[in-house]
Design a protein around this ligand. Structure first.
Ligand SMILES: Cc1cc2nc3c(=O)[nH]c(=O)nc-3n(C[C@H](O)[C@H](O)[C@H](O)COP(=O)(O)O)c2cc1C
Length: 206
């Protein structure tokens, strides 16, 4: 099978792109609007992109159904801050609830029945129920090409300025991913969570 984007054969029920680049980590992004309303939403076009200093990105692939940019994008740009909360298996339903396309004046922490916890370095609150948070300062926006001008592809970059890790998910000096069970996005409406891992030594050139 070969096809060009937008022309997938009808033996595939959906565009499979989302199911090819998997699993994608989920950045559960909390922000404050410029008028101080907390916002929370998951983004699976999310990743770490640099170590020193640590930097992350998330991307909105359309505008807000209520018009304008999605709230996370607008708020990160307006306030210069956002927080990445790690989604655990236990928090999957809360994460999904927070994806509702609510108007900008709705606080998705309340809508998804989650607790706001103050951050150290930024004003945006954290999800208290999540064991790991990355406090970030906004660095730049990159507008990517789009096939539909009404659906911008907007990438937000940020620098991590504070890291919270709950003590109980640290085991022998390492993050215990079996305890955290981070959730990843697959294609369609499918997800994965970490339940096993393996390690491999890096090869050396002799
Ligand atoms: C698991 C998951 C991942 C998502 N990833 C993205 C994404 O990468 N980009 C995007 O634009 N929307 C994504 N969405 C949809 C947004 O969460 C949704 O549009 C949300 O209402 C945006 O909220 P905001 O306007 O408060 O930022 C995702 C939804 C779910 C459930």
């Amino acid at each position: 099978m070969f096809f060009t984007p937008g022309n997938h054969p009808n033996t595939l029920s959906n565009n499979p792109f989302n199911a090819i680049v998997v699993p994608r980590p989920i950045g559960w992004i909390s922000t404050l609007s410029k008028s101080g309303i907390p916002n929370l939403a998951p983004y699976s076009f999310f990743n770490a992109v640099a170590y020193d200093p640590p930097q992350v990105m998330f991307a909105a692939t359309s505008s807000h159904t209520h018009g304008g940019q999605k709230d996370s994008v607008q708020n990160a740009q307006d306030t210069g801050e956002f927080v990445v909360n790690v989604v655990t298996y236990d928090l999957r339903e809360h994460m999904n609830t927070s994806a509702v396309s609510a108007p900008p004046d709705i606080n998705e922490f309340e809508y998804a029945n989650l607790t706001q916890e103050p951050s150290e370095m930024v004003k945006a609150p954290r999800v208290a129920e999540s064991p790991i948070h990355l406090e970030c300062t906004y660095t730049q926006t990159v507008e990517l090409p789009t096939d539909d001008p009404a659906a911008p592809n907007t990438v937000i970059f940020g620098q991590v300025v504070g890291i919270h890790i709950r003590e109980e998910v640290i085991k022998e000096g390492k993050l215990d991913l079996m305890a955290i069970q981070p959730v990843g996005r697959l294609g369609y409406l499918d997800y994965v969570h970490v339940t096993q891992s393996f390690n491999m030594d890096r090869p050396t050139w002799s």
